[in-house]
Each structure stands twice: as structure tokens, then as C-alpha cells.
Write a protein that binds this ligand. Structure first.
Ligand code: PMP
Length: 406
């Protein structure tokens, strides 16, 4: 285990060490995608420089080596999440993983079934379920949410008991507010009703390092690029017995057992869901990302993240005219806010002039915006590589930007 040294960590991330518009970059958009440590970049380049070959195909050394390295990362990912290696499917992101499940379940959903979604979730965990209910005639039911975007657990459990859903789709942490969902309570209620539970871990997978067998969900999706890994890669965990019953979402090479001109048989999961040539360099890069992450004690990372988050939250709430929407006591490190009724795009543009990268808009959560009665917000999302200087520069830039607007 490596000692958590923030200055050393920042040197490991080349993107952080640059100026934008003449100012040191303050990267507060890790909720969209995290920056990559040098080891991830090097691993990807090394694959293309020395190791490039397709996996699961050739009988030559390069291909066999690539296959071993590729499958080792599946093992590493399974270890990270506390599951079995045949329960991990590679996809191009969390979005594709949710679509894979929604499509794969089609033959198991009928018009008598109910699927529960929440108003809090990312569009990626809403639209595929709308499509599935439209295609099957099943009912879509929306979980109740408090007016501030938090869950009232007894109310939600009552809702689950009443609806007896076939499936509950819910996020581990909100990408807009950063609020952490009380999954233990909700999954316990859903399991008591016999529901299948899909958890969107896009935001929680790095910050919360979940043990999925303890969490007891059936499906869990994640994006490698939000965990220090390359873009264009993500994955799905599926409880094996259930995963293997899903229909394949895409068909073609590598996922088959036998093919004749009129009929084909499929391999078992995970191969059944991985047709075509995968993102091999991305997978190897993700292996380096997991190695980087797990070299630190998770508690030390969390302590640092909480420290920076609390510092930023208190500075931000001291600025007159700022409204904060995030639950500050239960958060992965995301501050969602507005200044008076200024348009978030204007402030985000001004902040960029000071080298500060934040996101502005509806954050792919239009139903949540409607629920909160907002058209958009600013979002500053932190990761463990942010430091106190980032917060100071952000707050100074915000104060100066506000002065320009007022
Ligand atoms: N769910 C959540 C909560 C997210 O934050 C995101 C990414 N913004 C996604 C799903 C989709 O992830 P990807 O774009 O990597 O498919």
C-alpha cells in the first residue's frame, strides 16, 4: 500500500499539469470523465507499440499474449468488485451495459410486469427502460423523491412493496448532485419483493469501491473512463445465473458456438455478449487504472476527498447568492449549484477564462431538473487528485466572475 501523497499523485496525471487560458488548469469535471495517470497512457501505448494482436483468435504468440493480458484484466476487475470473472462483460460504457441488460431481458418481460425507475437517474438509466416497456407493454413506475432530490426510504420501500416490480433500476450516486443512494435499504426492499435490481455505478464505482456480492444487486454497470481508465470502455457485472439467461444484445463473431447458414448457437456469458473485436488497448489501460487506484488505501483516498469536498462546500456556501442543491452530508464529491438566476453557461464560460473546468446544463438528468424546478445548474465534481489550491483558485475565479455579472 502506497502512502497517499497528493503532490506525488498530481505529478502522475500529466493533463493536470498544464495551463488553460494562461492559468493553471483546475479540473472539476471528473464526473464527466476522470483524468488518466501516466501508467494508463503508457500501458495503452505499449500495447500498440509492442503487443498489438487480436484476442481469442490467433494461435501465434502475440495473440496468445494479448489474450492472457486481456483476460487478466477481467480477473482484476472481478476482484475489484468482489465477483467472479465470468460475471464481467466488457461494453463501451455504462450506457451500452444498461442497453445490453434492457435488450437482453426483453423475452422475460411481459405486459403484467412493472419496471421502476427514479427521477434522479441519468438518461442512460431511464431511456432504455422506457423503450423496453414500450416494446413489451410493461408498466413504467417512477419512484417517489423528496423535493430536494433525496430519497425517503420508508416511502420508497412502500412504493416497491405496492408495485412488486420485476426490475428496479437505480443509481449508486447522482451524477448531478453527487448524493449517494442508500442502496442497502432499497435493495433489501426490492429483494424482498423478488425484484431484479440494476445499479448504475457510473459515478460510484471509483469513489465507493463497492463489494457487489455484499450489495446484493443483480446487475451493476460502470464506465472505465470515470475510473481513471480509457474512454470507449465500460462493463457490466451480472449475477451469473441471471446474466446467462439474457438474450445477446449484439450478434456476430466470437459470441457463437456453431453457425450454419440458417441457425446458430451461442456461447455462455460473458462471451455471448462480446461479439466482434473488443477494445483491447482500452481493457489493458483499465487494468493499469485499477492497479493505480488500488495501490492506495481506500480510507485514505476517501478522507482526502471528503476533506477537499468539505473545504469547497463551505467556501462556496459563504458566497452570497449561491444556492447549493447537493446533499453535503452524503456525497461522492460533487457540488451542484447556481448563482442567483444567472444562466449556468455564462458562469461556466467565465470560469473557463480562469482555467477552471466545470460542467453546466442539465447533466443528462432532465427529469431531475424538472423535479427540482430548474433548467440547469453548474456542477463542480472532485476526485482524489484535486487539492486545496484547486478549491482556492475555483472560489477566487467564481467571485471574480460573479463580480463581472453583477
Ligand atoms: N450513468 C451515470 C450516473 C453517468 O454519470 C454516466 C456518464 N455521465 C452514464 C450513466 C453514462 O456513462 P457512459 O457515457 O460512460 O456510457
Amino acid at each position: 500500500v502506497l502512502e497517499f501523497d497528493i503532490n506525488k499523485i498530481r505529478r502522475d496525471f500529466p493533463t493536470l499539469n498544464q495551463t488553460i487560458n494562461g492559468c493553471p488548469l483546475v479540473y472539476l469535471d471528473s464526473g464527466a470523465t476522470t483524468q488518466k495517470p501516466q501508467s494508463v497512457i503508457d500501458t495503452t501505448a505499449d500495447f500498440y507499440t509492442h503487443k498489438n494482436a487480436n484476442v481469442h483468435r490467433g494461435r501465434h504468440s502475440l495473440s496468445e499474449n494479448a489474450t492472457v493480458l486481456y483476460e487478466n484484466v477481467r480477473n482484476q476487475t472481478a476482484d475489484y468488485f468482489g465477483v467472479k470473472n465470468n460475471e464481467i462483460v466488457w461494453t463501451k460504457g455504462a450506457t451500452e451495459a444498461i442497453n445490453l441488460v434492457a435488450n437482453g431481458l426483453k423475452s422475460q418481460i411481459s405486459e403484467n410486469d412493472t419496471i421502476v425507475i427514479t427521477p434522479l437517474d441519468h438518461h442512460a438509466n431511464i431511456v432504455p427502460w422506457q423503450v423496453l416497456t414500450q416494446q413489451t407493454g410493461a408498466r413504467l413506475a417512477v419512484m417517489p423523491l423528496n423535493s430536494d432530490g433525496t430519497f425517503n426510504i420508508p416511502l420508497c420501500c412502500g412504493f416497491i412493496e405496492k408495485n412488486k416490480p420485476k426490475l428496479v433500476a437505480i443509481t449508486q450516486a447522482s451524477n448531478t448532485l453527487g448524493n449517494i443512494t442508500n442502496l442497502n435499504a432499497l435493495i433489501t426492499c426490492a429483494k424482498a419483493m423478488g425484484s431484479v435490481v440494476l445499479v448504475d455505478g457510473a459515478q460510484g464505482s471509483m469513489h465507493l469501491r463497492p463489494d457487489l456480492k455484499t450489495l446484493n444487486c443483480d446487475f451493476y454497470v460502470f464506465s472505465a473512463h470515470k475510473m481513471l481508465g480509457p474512454t470507449g470502455l465500460g462493463g457490466l457485472y451480472g449475477r451469473y445465473e441471471l446474466l446467462n439467461t439474457l438474450l445477446p444484445y449484439q450478434t456476430g463473431g466470437e459470441m457463437i458456438q456453431t453457425v450454419t447458414l440458417t441457425h446458430s448457437t451461442y456461447r455462455d456469458a460473458p462471451a455471448k455478449f462480446e461479439s466482434g473485436t473488443p477494445n483491447i488497448a482500452g481493457v489493458l489501460g483499465f487494468g493499469a487504472a485499477l492497479s493505480y487506484l488500488t495501490q492506495f488505501n481506500h480510507d485514505q483516498i476517501l478522507k482526502h476527498e471528503q476533506n477537499i469536498f468539505n473545504y469547497a462546500a463551505s467556501k462556496l456556501s459563504n458566497i452570497e447568492g449561491i444556492t447549493l442543491y447537493s446533499d453535503l452530508n452524503n456525497n461522492i464529491g460533487t457540488l451542484c449549484f447556481n448563482y442567483k438566476d444567472e444562466h449556468p453557461y455564462d458562469l461556466a464560460t467565465l470560469l473557463d477564462g480562469y482555467g477552471v473546468a466545470v460542467r453546466a446544463g442539465h447533466h443528462c438528468t432532465q427529469p431531475l431538473m424538472a423535479h427540482l424546478g430548474l433548467s440547469g445548474t453548474l456542477r463542480a465534481s472532485f476526485a482524489f487528485y484535486n487539492n486545496h489550491d484547486d478549491v482556492d483558485q475555483f472560489i477566487k475565479a467564481l467571485r471574480e466572475s460573479i463580480a463581472l455579472l453583477d
